[in-house]
Write a protein that binds this ligand. Sequence first.
Ligand code: PMV
Length: 284
Amino acid sequence: MDLGVGRAPGKLILLGEHAVVYGHRAIAVAVSLGTTVRLRPREGPTATGPGSVEDPRMRAALAAALPQSGLEVRIDSELPIGRGMGSSAAFTVALLRARAALDGRIPTFEELFRDGFALERAFHGNPSGLDHTVSALGGAILYRRGEAPVRLNMTRRELIVLDSGSAGDTAEMVAGVAARRPAVDADLAALGAIVERSLDRLNDPEALGALMTEAHAGLRRIGVSTPRLDALVQLALDNGALGAKLAGAGGGGVVVALTAAPDPLLRAAAELGIVAMRCMVPEG
Ligand code: PMV
């Protein structure tokens, strides 16, 4: 018998990564892939149960958020870890929702934001706050550093996420871009301008797809793509995608493709042994 259940979505940066570090706006979307935390009664100290996702970094968050005894925790997640899809934020927000459900409460956004930020420090040291903002709010979010997030109207549609198979190091990628300034400043401004141009085209898949592909070219110019990510973008475009780009910090992580007919891309990915995930955005 579950005493408390919480679920929260992961995220993808649809447009504007890296430029957002320099004051431009970015768009992030909550995805239908997410993490569920279930709390059940247990004799003795609180501990994860059989079949649960296990990650040593989760222990500090569990210890901080839950009573020290009496609970079995089961964590299920559809999100790849370390791919820029906000798996740790989804876990912390799901955990806080499950904890509140123990008391029959639904936590407010402010509570999820404050406590999620504190718990996420156990994973990242210095989280930007974007991941758990999107996870807690859901939807499509227009985000500028230091400003309140704005929810965007975006029709729900399917995206295909292609996993590069390796993690990108966000801090390292951000530092790399900083080191290439001012040579990349015009490209960063162009990436920011793509976000502004996309705002009245979010519900036009062909236009949005073209802007995503344009953004990938810009991300490539600022030096955060890799041959593997470029190949995944090309694979998507060769198999009917309306657009594709790396999503997140780059250097690894995932490519996101917008496509009206996913089957050819899913087949091509399967033939090449590439992990492809279907997801709906925005979630919630
Ligand atoms: O690694 P991710 O997917 O959380 O993306 C980082 C986004 C950057 O713009 C590269 C960095 C940031 O803090 O905004």
